[in-house]
Write a new protein. Structure first.
Length: 262
């Protein structure tokens, strides 16, 4: 798969080529939140690996012909239940839905807090609750949650997002243990700074952009395409003995413990 994107580093741009290939023929994948920046790349990667792909999102999917789109509100339990019944079978469930607001925690309204926790965490619970029923009947399945570097350490001004993604990581780790008896693998991918619509405000701010780059040993922001290879690995048979794990795709930020270079 070849994915093009822009990266910000000293005003330069770059293209990203993903050459990792797996065979997902005869597999059905549901990508919850698949219309977003990262979700679209994941959906395309799964499709180009042979999977039948269904994007579930509130936003319309403007992607490749051949990928199905079903509108869903992850905060509406009946919506999520109906989605699972309509799909009927799922081998790969990718949970990439996510929203955030950037401001000090004491300025959050309860409505804002509840919305972020609802979409990111409760939406994960509801999707797993109903799609796991299908996987248990099949006695196999792959669940891949896109969490965040903020599930591991604190970054100022995104407390609600960090709390939701931290909760998501712990929830998925816990159900990985519960579902092991059914041959269902549950794993997580925690992106660092990825260039998406959600991080556009941060990347445009020169001070925030530069302070982030100083903390990333690989000296660049990631692209949505940087997540795809890890998703394909976790969706494939090659990851059958891996469950309850988080893979950080962050350019080395976590390993550097967030310490700036200078």
């Amino acid at each position: 798969m070849t994915a093009a994107g822009q990266n910000v580093l000293g005003g330069e741009s770059m293209k990203k080529n993903i050459n990792f290939k797996v065979n997902l023929s005869n597999k059905t994948a549901v990508v919850v939140g698949g219309a977003g920046s990262i979700g679209q790349e994941i959906s395309l990667g799964l499709f180009e690996s042979g999977a039948e792909v269904i994007v579930a999102d509130l936003k319309d999917f403007k992607g490749k012909p051949g990928i199905s789109f079903i509108p869903v509100d992850v905060l509406n339990e009946e919506n999520v239940k109906a989605l699972s019944e309509k799909v009927g079978r799922v081998d790969i469930l990718v949970l990439v839905q996510g929203i955030q607001k950037r401001k000090p925690f004491f300025r959050f309204t309860l409505e804002e807090w509840n919305k972020i926790i609802g979409v990111n965490l409760t939406g994960t619970f509801l999707a797993c609750k109903y799609f796991v029923k299908l996987m248990k009947k099949q006695r196999c399945g792959k669940i891949i949650g896109i969490t965040s570097l903020t599930s591991e350490f604190g970054i100022r001004n995104i407390s609600a997002y960090a709390a939701s993604k931290g909760g998501m990581a712990q929830f998925l780790k816990t159900i990985a243990i519960e579902l092991a008896d059914y041959n269902i693998n549950v794993n997580m991918i925690a992106p660092g700074r990825i260039k998406t619509k959600m991080t556009k405000d941060l990347i445009k701010d020169k001070s925030l952009r530069n302070s982030s780059l100083r903390c990333i040993p690989m000296k660049r922001f990631g692209l949505p395409a940087d997540i795809v290879g890890t998703v394909l690995f976790l969706a494939s048979d090659s990851s059958d003995y891996i469950t309850g794990q988080t893979i950080f795709v962050d350019g080395g930020w976590l390993s550097a413990m967030g310490n700036p270079k200078d």
